[in-house]
Design a protein around this ligand. Structure first.
Ligand code: ATP
Ligand code: MG
Length: 378
């Protein structure tokens, strides 16, 4: 029988951090994943102390490996640069610390991607709200504004770019090490779906997130881009928080449907980005209302307007309303996104307006270099 999380923690109590305190008490350990005798977790430490931690990481691995019932173990050391005070974040334990002003993309955070001017995340607190559809059409809207745009599908739990853009081929490798992104509708695109085998069990995807995302940012020939749009995994758990922390984000766009429940999740998403000092560029209300294709009558199926009110309440920009419409669903599901294939239609116009607001917010965020500080209890 594999050990429980608690048994592993008890075992690790005998190991000391560089400052002498027992490891489980240092707040550096992520959640411990135990699956079929495989154990995975990470230790998040200040980048300046990584050298001192490496032998400890090894000792941790050896200790866990020696426990009865453990088939394999992988302990990752995640370096994090600190801004102003505060402990290094231990995402899994759910207490977000303020990393001080200037942390993240605006200072001590992850390094940018050469040639890419701004990276923005499209995120949602919950799945199925139309995040990927919004991401791709927003990217096309930005393209229509004359920008050079890339899309990185980082949704490790359900990569959707291959479907949204009907991509069947795998990216080619350049010189054996670098990947050549795929080109569609004038967008430069890459999907995490190309790097992770479909059979990879869900439980392993979270831990793999960081290496896969680093690879996608650093080992892909993105070329010169004005904006890279990242389709994030839905939710606000460890994988999402780690990603929000490690990708050099200039801002985030939150997608929500108008229902109260979705809005609660959207609020969590905003809180997550605040925690890592990434400006929230605004909220998009998707499936905002339904217009009957036959009689033209409009119905507010999910109670339209909730996201706008929520945005006002949280003092976050409201970016626009996208109706629930068959044309959006059909184009999205057949690899022919509506902004690319019906550029003169009403939906393309809405997405272009959203794109213009995102661009303006991005410029504003670039000038002030700080998110409006909103304190939200998630
Ligand atoms: N405005 C819309 N009108 C009609 N259908 C929509 C709209 N937005 C999204 N859809 C459809 O809803 C479904 C879910 O959308 P999408 O895949 O973009 O959501 P998601 O939030 O990325 O989901 P997941 O969490 O699974 O990644 C898709 O079939 C898509 O075509
Ligand atoms: Mg999706």
């Amino acid at each position: 029988m594999a050990p429980t999380k608690q048994q592993i923690l008890d075992g690790l109590a005998a190991i000391s951090a560089p400052d002498g305190s027992p490891l489980p008490k240092t707040g550096t350990l992520s959640d411990i994943v135990v699956s079929d005798g495989k154990v995975f977790f990470s230790i998040t430490v200040d980048a300046a102390t990584v050298k001192a931690w490496e032998p400890i990481r090894k000792k941790v691995e050896d200790t866990v490996r020696a426990m009865p019932g453990v088939a394999s173990v992988m302990v990752a050391l995640t370096a994090e640069k600190r801004g102003g005070g505060g402990k290094p974040a231990a995402p899994a334990q759910g207490h977000g610390h303020d990393h001080g002003p200037g942390a993240h993309a605006r200072g001590g955070g992850p390094a940018g991607v050469p040639g890419v001017k701004a990276i923005i995340a499209v995120a949602s607190g919950k799945g199925g709200v139309g995040k990927s559809t919004t991401a791709i059409n927003l990217a096309l809207g930005l393209r229509d504004l004359g920008l050079k745009v890339g899309v990185l599908d980082a949704d490790i739990y359900g990569p959707s770019l291959p479907k949204l853009l009907a991509i069947k081929e795998k990216p080619e490798t350049l010189g054996g090490t670098r990947l050549k992104p795929i080109s569609r509708f004038g967008l430069t695109v890459m999907s995490i779906g190309f790097l992770i085998e479909e059979e990879t069990p869900m439980i392993w995807r979270g831990p793999m997130v960081m290496s896969a995302i680093t690879q996608m940012l650093r080992e892909v020939e993105w070329g010169e881009l004005d904006v890279m749009v990242v389709d994030m995994p839905p939710g606000t758990g460890d994988a999402q928080l780690t990603m929000a922390q490690q990708v050099p984000l200039a801002g985030s766009v939150i997608v929500s449907t108008p229902q109260d429940l979705a809005l609660i999740d959207a609020r969590r998403g905003i809180a997550m980005f605040n925690r890592v000092n990434v400006p929230v560029l605004g909220i998009v209300e998707n499936m905002s209302f339904f217009q009957c294709p036959h009689c033209g009558e409009r119905s507010d199926i999910f109670g339209h307007g909730g996201a706008r009110k929520e945005a006002e309440r949280l003092k976050v920009p409201f970016l626009g309303e996208v109706p629930l419409d068959m044309a959006i669903r059909e184009t999205s599901d057949s690899g022919l996104p509506v902004v690319a294939t019906q550029p003169d239609g009403p939906h393309a116009k809405i997405y272009r307006e959203i794109a213009a607001k995102v661009r303006d917010q991005l410029q504003g965020a670039g000038q002030t270099r700080a998110a409006p500080k909103i304190v939200i209890e998630a």
